[in-house]
Design a protein around this ligand. Structure first.
Ligand SMILES: [Zn+2]
Length: 165
């Protein structure tokens, strides 16, 4: 299992490089990215290539030293269509659909928003409804849900560790 901080740093470097591409390279990258996106019947734009265990789309960006920086496609889409992700914030889904990269289904949130998002996704294992349970959770409700879900709690710890680094 990779070192989460190292992977986070590599991803950050990849995202920083993406923002520094010249306009032609940026457009070429966006055009290539969009070739692997398919609309579903809910209007989501699904990433059809590699996905991680949490169903987020994955891709890489070749760095000047030849390394391939790992990237998450919902974050890439935010950068390509909206702009830089504010420092320490997460990109979350209004649609609760991890492989979705449609920019207007994405929003930036705090670690707490992201944790609530993850807990909701962990809970919704059946067919997904639009904007299911999108009411913001109180801190007490959130703690209660996380306590009941060891996997989500572990992910929250890692997310917070990365966020507070
Ligand atoms: Zn969506």
């Amino acid at each position: 299992m990779g070192n989460i901080l190292h992977r986070g740093a590599a991803r950050k470097a990849g995202e920083a490089r993406l923002l520094k591409l010249c306009p032609n390279e940026f457009e070429a990258f966006r055009a290539k990215f969009m070739r692997y996106v398919q609309r579903d019947s809910d209007g989501c734009w699904l990433w059809v290539r590699a996905r991680d265990l949490n169903r987020y789309g994955c891709t890489t960006l070749k760095m000047p030293n030849g390394d391939h920086a790992p990237l998450k496609t919902h974050r890439v889409s935010y950068i390509l269509h909206i702009g830089a992700i504010p420092d320490r914030l997460f990109v979350c889904h209004h649609c609760d659909n991890p492989p979705c990269v449609r920019p207007d289904h994405l929003f930036v949130g705090t670690a707490a928003d992201n944790a609530a998002d993850m807990v909701r996704k962990g809970r919704n294992t059946g067919p997904r409804g639009p904007h299911q349970d999108s009411r913001p959770l109180s801190q007490a409700e959130l703690s209660e849900r996380i306590a009941a879900m060891p996997r989500a709690a572990a992910r929250l710890d890692r997310a917070l560790a990365f966020c507070l680094k």
